[in-house]
Design a protein around this ligand. Structure first.
Ligand SMILES: Nc1ncnc2c1ncn2[C@@H]1O[C@H](COP(=O)(O)OP(=O)(O)O)[C@@H](O)[C@H]1O
Ligand code: SF4
Ligand SMILES: [Mg+2]
Length: 290
């Protein structure tokens, strides 16, 4: 049984003309790092929020440990075990509260004892000095603030981190340090990660498997090595620097058919029927891929 999965997930934002996530099925096993890649607007954040239970799907099922999220009785426990980290740590850190207060909050919410030594240990886990504790977030660098946000997510010893563009707001050198930290935390804590990024380098640095999103759908998924050495879908191939794909010159409509066909050099009449992903370990939703 997969640790996390979604089946046939569709999410339409209120007022939106078309679904941001369309019929997505994905599974993550314990210890895996699923990299979710795709251009801006492809539905990555929406998928992650539905997985976290922060927004309700229009249809489909979200599962945590095989259980349907919408009928889960121990939701509070699950919330503890699955923690988000967002692009902007300011969202997780109140500017008026000290780092110590922000780190103590998850313990207080879950009525757990909190000690200064415990908070210092948390900071050490993300390679920050103990003298950060009395400081306000603005006294820290952006990279340090993101480390605090990660420490806060780790406070209650979760099994899974869902990370949405966790290093996108950071300088490239700082990005590398935070990615190295995440790699180390994954190894020492046996964490399972879902890592969303529009940046292939970021996903490649950590992922064990990849899912490529385009216009709300997963168009390819498979092991990192397999997808990066032999990408199957024309969109993935364009992402990986092979074929040149013209930029999107019109919005992707809700009409059936491959959403990529207006950009795809290989499009034929056969592409007017929406291609589906097979069950194969490495699969692509394209009429050219069997
Ligand atoms: N709260 C919202 N209300 C309406 N539309 C939204 C909302 N959030 C996202 N969208 C739309 O859904 C689509 C997918 O957005 P998003 O999930 O943020 O993509 P990504 O994270 O890949 O950039 C976009 O077209 C975006 O404009
Ligand atoms: S289904 Fe057709 S349009 Fe879509 S990626 Fe494949 S060849 Fe291109
Ligand atoms: Mg996003």
């Amino acid at each position: 049984m997969s640790l996390l999965s979604v089946e046939g997930l569709t999410v339409q934002h209120p007022g939106a003309r078309q679904a941001a996530v369309r019929d997505v099925s994905l599974a993550v096993e314990r210890g895996e790092v699923l990299g979710l890649i795709g251009e801006s607007g492809s539905g990555k954040s929406t998928l992650l929020k539905a997985w976290l239970g922060l927004i309700a799907p229009t249809s489909g099922v979200v599962r945590w440990g095989g259980e349907d999220l919408s009928t889960l009785s121990n939701l509070r426990d699950r919330r503890r075990l699955i923690q988000p980290v967002f692009q902007d740590p300011s969202a997780a850190l109140d500017p008026r509260r000290s780092i110590a207060e922000s780190l103590a909050e998850p313990f207080e919410i879950h009525r757990r004892p909190v000690t200064t030594a415990g908070l210092e240990r948390l900071l050490a886990d993300v390679q920050l000095p103990a003298d950060c504790l009395p400081k306000l977030p603005r006294a820290l660098s952006a990279g340090q603030r993101q480390r605090v946000a990660i420490a806060r997510a780790l406070a209650l010893e979760p099994e899974v981190l869902l990370l949405d563009e966790p290093v996108s707001a950071l300088d490239v050198s700082v990005q590398a340090q935070v990615l190295a930290l995440l790699r180390q935390l994954r190894a020492t804590r046996g964490l399972t990660l879902v890592l969303v990024s529009h940046d292939l380098h970021v996903v490649r640095a950590l992922a064990t498997k990849l899912a490529v999103m385009f216009a709300g759908r997963v168009v390819e998924r498979g092991a990192l090595a397999s997808v990066s050495t032999s990408p199957l879908h024309p969109y993935t191939r364009s992402l990986f620097g092979g074929d040149v794909i013209p930029a999107l010159d019109r919005p992707v409509g809700a009409e059936p058919g491959c959403a990529f066909r207006h950009r795809c050099p290989f499009a034929t009449d056969a592409c007017a029927v929406t291609p589906r992903l097979s069950e194969a370990p490495h699969a692509a939703a394209c009429v050219m891929v069997k």
